[in-house]
Design a protein around this ligand. Structure first.
Ligand SMILES: Nc1ncnc2c1ncn2[C@@H]1O[C@H](COP(=O)(O)OP(=O)(O)OP(=O)(O)O)[C@@H](O)[C@H]1O
Ligand SMILES: [Mg+2]
Length: 497
């Protein structure tokens, strides 16, 4: 591809509190090109595109658009220069409609200067339809699934008619079918000459959709490869600076008695007659399409949502969970899929978040044993290789993948008997994924009952002893290890179509 270069970044540097997040980074983008940024959690990908999108000002370096050196002065300025970002963390306003979110700050007005809701909804509807999507534009964003919210972000970015669209992990909450849809949209945009910066930890996606891949490590530029001339192994090598020998870890160990059992769980309109069990030391997968009801089932089990009817047994004893605190006290932990909404308090520190649910381990009344506290925190920071300059760093300042690791640490610190993980490796780099798999395996070996909800079938197939498949709020299939086949899981996931 020899299209003209539309964007060039050179010598970009950015420090936060004296620590380099970017050091002498370069990047270029051609017209109609999809160019990936690849690197471990904390490598500097989001920081680089935030410089481009006007969120951060670089300490030094040059940015050229169509050959002319420019300064980017804020988000609005970036948008006016034809650059828009779809962020890693969804930044929509929850309690206004889809259409209002798309047109926020530039709502169409009628003849007397008032907001023209009818026109706004019509325009938004047109965009939704033109991208082949099915979303009610008058609905409050709050009520959409994460996948739908991500689609709204995409519609919004496209609606600015930008020449450069940056997508920071756009598929992290999308199911396979939706990813395919996004790729269709990307191909359409390419044809229109739009250039796309694409960030993802999913290497198969990069191979499928990108023209070139730039690898970053520790805030530095490493190399740029033409996608068709490189391999996944070469990319991993560039990314982590070493070979990754083991990806999935599953050690053989014995499986004990039933640890946890759910019988005939019902919640009107959400799920129906759900029964499952898990033994000590077992890893159970919950597969299904996005929206099948897996998260809802687990939230009900964990006491977040009220149950209609059903019974929950722990170690053979019937539980009457009143709320989340009750569930935690009984030794159940749920690591939610949406870390921003349910998992973390971003304006607080890493240390605060990790210890939030385990204060009685180092506190007696108001007396706190700082030493014990810090020991616990450091143990998890090391175990998960959480990249943070200090334990008191605000979680908000961590990279997306490192935030995910803090959520994991926070719940593991409770030492649960039953651990429920909802999309545990979303947004996590390959190296850290391997670490998480190894930790899960370790916990199971120690006798913990682990439930994994995941949309990544290879993850479930390689890590689990048994799989339940959920379709439309019902358990549609149960598979033992010798029956694991991608096609078979998909068969049940689509309700046996
Ligand atoms: N506002 C900030 N204040 C302090 N440090 C920050 C801030 N933003 C980012 N950093 C740090 O800069 C480094 C790069 O972070 P960045 O978010 O760019 O990583 P990333 O490559 O996008 O990672 P991920 O794959 O996890 O999303 C990290 O060490 C992060 O902690
Ligand atoms: Mg990032």
């Amino acid at each position: 591809m020899d299209n003209k270069i539309v964007l060039e970044m050179k010598g970009i540097e950015k420090q936060f509190a004296g620590v380099y997040a970017l050091k002498d980074v370069q990047f270029s983008l051609r017209e109609g090109e999809v160019h990936a940024l690849l690197g471990e959690n904390g490598a500097g990908k989001s920081t680089l595109i935030k410089v481009l999108g006007g969120i951060y000002r670089a300490d030094s370096g040059q940015i050229r658009i169509n050959g002319n050196e420019i300064k980017i002065d804020g988000v609005k300025d970036a948008q006016e220069k034809g650059i828009s970002i779809i962020h890693q963390e969804i930044v929509l306003v929850p309690h206004i409609s889809v259409a209002e979110n798309i047109f926020l700050g530039r709502e169409p007005v009628n003849k007397i200067g008032l907001k023209d809701c009818k026109k706004m909804n019509e325009e938004a509807k047109k965009m939704v339809v033109s991208l082949g999507l099915d979303i009610d534009v008058t609905r409050e964003v709050f009520y959409l699934t994460i996948a739908q919210q991500q689609m709204v972000e995409i519609i919004k970015a496209v609606s600015f008619n930008s020449k450069i669209i940056i997508m920071d992990e756009p598929t992290s909450s999308l199911a396979e079918r939706e990813v395919e849809h996004l790729f269709e949209i990307i191909r359409k945009l390419k044809k229109q000459g739009v250039s796309i910066v694409y960030i993802s930890h999913k290497l198969n996606e990069l191979v499928a959709i990108t023209d070139r891949i730039t690898v970053m490590r520790d805030g530095k530029y490493i190399d740029t490869k033409v996608t068709s001339e490189t391999t996944v192994n070469e990319l991993i090598g560039l990314m982590v600076g070493r070979e990754l020998t083991e990806y999935y870890t599953r050690t053989k160990h014995s499986i004990g008695d039933i640890a946890f059992e759910v019988r005939n769980l019902n919640k009107k309109g959400t799920f129906k007659n759900v029964s499952f069990h898990i033994r000590k030391g077992e890893i159970i997968g919950f597969a299904g399409l996005v929206g099948a009801g897996r998260s809802e089932i687990m939230k009900a089990v964990f006491g977040v949502d009220k149950l209609g009817s059903g019974e929950i047994y722990l170690d053979g004893k019937l539980l009457h969970l009143k709320n989340v605190k009750d569930a935690i006290d009984h030794g159940i932990a749920l690591i939610p899929e949406d870390r921003k909404k349910e998992g973390l308090i971003l304006k607080n520190s890493v240390a605060f978040n990790i210890t939030l649910t385990i204060q009685d381990k180092y506190k007696k009344g108001i007396i706190e044993n700082k030493h014990v506290r810090n020991e616990i925190i450091n143990k998890y920071i090391n175990a998960f290789s959480i990249k943070t300059p200090a334990i008191e760093q605000l979680t908000h300042n961590l990279s997306g993948g490192n935030q995910q690791k803090v959520v994991l640490a926070k719940w593991l610190a409770t030492d649960p008997k039953v651990l429920i993980l909802d999309e545990p490796t979303r947004g996590v780099d390959v190296g850290a994924k391997a670490e998480i798999y190894s930790i899960i395996d370790d916990l199971a070996e120690k006798g913990m009952a682990v439930i994994v909800i995941s949309s990544e079938l290879p993850e479930i197939i390689n890590m689990c002893d048994r799989i339940y498949v959920v379709a439309q709020g019902k358990i549609s299939g149960e598979l033992s290890r010798d029956e694991f086949l991608q096609e078979r899981i998909m068969y049940y996931a689509t309700g046996g179509e």
